[in-house]
Structure formats: structure tokens, C-alpha cells
Design a protein around this ligand. Structure first.
Ligand code: DGL
Length: 261
């Protein structure tokens, strides 16, 4: 059986890219809620409605597990999804825990970037309250990166000035780690690298999420049931248009090119 990946848009492809490397012998469906992206600036209740519609559709496609490859969707709905459905659902949250653990003995700060909704949600606030005893975590929403990636905009001349302006609010030399807490942001890892001091760690939750998926499949005894096939859906419609599929292929290629693992 196949595995369902879900995101508001193209961001989850950064997680699927990691899955294809670590779990190549699986088949996947990728659902982008293209009619409703972006989720980050929308009210929680509206976003939840979109998520439940999408998950209902994905479950009808016969999947053995679902990855919510979206920090925003996870933060507003993971508990409710898990109480409604029995199928294993793997979520993601900004990688604050590994960042704080790494920072333990260093007197430096952590910058968590994510969507506006993720940053104001209780789930992240609780996590930070629990882990950030030293008050070293700062929060930065980067909605522009969601918009750029949805437009397949990877031109440095356009994206770098935006990122530079956002990061200029901070003295980046004081930071040990920057957390990419939105799956869309990983498309721009190379640009973060360009703008930040070389000793800053740039981390996302993609590999951790795929490892989580792997552990879940192993427990279910259902690893290695496919050949790396992917079927794409845009808000419930199968993507068959060659030009659209080519755009998706280019996103995988970009991740290979910028060496995102
Ligand atoms: N990719 C999403 C995330 O990881 C959300 C982007 C959006 O729809 O605003 O949070």
C-alpha cells in the first residue's frame, strides 16, 4: 500500500524528497491543497476545515500511513486527526528540541522561523515554555517564502533581498541555530546559508519526520511495499497535466542541486 503525504502546497515536497532517499521502496501520493494555500495567514478554524477535507480524500485513496508534511497543519489539527482516524498519522513540529539540546553549553540564541499561525499556536508556545528555560529562543514568521515557492520563484535576485531584510532585524552573530519550521522554507536553505555566518546551524525537521515514518512502518510490518512511484493531487484532483508534473520534478531537482538532505 502507498503512503499519503499532505501539505498546503509544495512545501511537503521537501519532506517527500527526504523520504524518497531514505525509503525508496515505497509508493507515495502527494496532496497539495493548492486551492487553499497559504494556510499560515488564515484563521485556525478555516485551516482545520481544509485539512480535514484533504485527509478524508487521502484516506479514500487507500494509504497505509499519512505524513502531515506541514508544521502549520500539524500544529492546528494533529490531536483531532488522531482522535478521528485510526490510521497512523505522522506530524511535524519546528525542530526546537534538537536546537535547544545542541545549544546546552553555549551562550548563544536560537531563531525559530515558521508561518504566523504555527508561531502563535499553543502547540509551539507550550513546547517553547517547556524547553526554553534560558529564554534564548526568538520567533520570526517568513510568509514571503511560502509565496515565493508557490510561484516556483527561486531567483536569488528576488528572494535574497526579502530574506536579508527579515534577518536584518536580528544580530545574527548571536545565534547558534536557525530552525526552518515550515516545510516550504527548506527550498531556500542555500540562501539562508549565503546570508548567515558559516557557523550557524540551519536545521529542519524533514529527516526526523521520515525516520519517524520508517519506525512506524517497521512496527506495522509494512516496509518496502513499492517502487518510488508518486501520484500528485491538487486539492482533490489528480495532476495529469505534463507541464504541472514537470514543475514538480524541477522542485526535486532544486533540492538535489542545493544538496538538501
Ligand atoms: N508548509 C507549511 C508549513 O510547514 C505551511 C505553509 C502555508 O501554507 O502557509 O508550515
Amino acid at each position: 500500500m502507498q503512503i499519503g503525504f499532505f501539505d498546503s502546497g509544495v512545501g511537503g515536497i521537501t519532506v517527500l524528497h527526504a523520504a524518497l532517499k531514505l525509503l525508496p521502496n515505497e509508493d507515495y501520493i502527494y496532496y497539495a491543497d493548492t486551492l487553499n494555500v497559504p494556510y499560515g495567514p488564515k484563521p485556525k478554524d478555516e485551516v482545520k476545515k481544509h485539512i480535514f477535507n484533504a485527509i478524508e480524500f487521502i484516506i479514500q485513496q487507500q494509504v497505509k500511513a499519512i505524513v502531515i508534511a506541514c508544521n502549520t497543519a500539524t500544529s492546528v489539527s494533529i490531536e483531532d486527526l488522531r482522535s478521528k482516524y485510526t490510521i497512523p498519522i505522522i506530524g511535524m513540529e519546528p525542530a526546537v528540541k534538537p536546537a535547544v539540546e545542541k545549544n546546552k553549553n553555549v551562550n548563544k540564541r536560537i531563531l525559530v522561523t515558521a508561518t504566523t499561525l504555527t508561531l502563535k499556536e499553543e502547540k509551539l508556545q507550550n513546547l517553547i515554555t517547556k524547553l526554553d528555560n534560558e529564554h534564548i529562543v526568538d520567533l520570526l514568521p517568513l510568509p514571503g517564502l511560502v509565496q515565493f515557492s508557490e510561484r516556483f520563484e527561486f531567483n536569488e535576485q528576488i528572494v535574497l533581498p526579502y530574506l536579508q531584510e527579515q534577518l536584518s532585524k536580528y544580530d545574527v552573530s548571536k545565534y547558534e541555530t536557525i530552525v526552518l519550521g515550515c516545510t516550504h522554507f527548506s527550498f531556500y536553505t542555500d540562501m539562508f546559508r549565503k546570508l548567515l555566518p558559516s557557523d550557524i546551524n540551519i536545521i529542519d525537521g524533514n529527516i526526523g519526520t521520515v525516520n519517524n515514518l520508517k519506525r512506524t512502518l517497521k512496527k506495522m510490518n509494512s516496509l518496502n511495499e513499492g517502487n518510488g512511484n508518486i501520484i500528485f493531487y491538487n486539492s482533490g484532483f489528480k495532476v495529469e497535466d505534463k507541464a504541472k508534473l514537470d514543475e514538480y520534478s524541477k522542485l526535486f531537482k532544486r533540492l538535489d542541486d542545493i544538496n538538501v538532505k
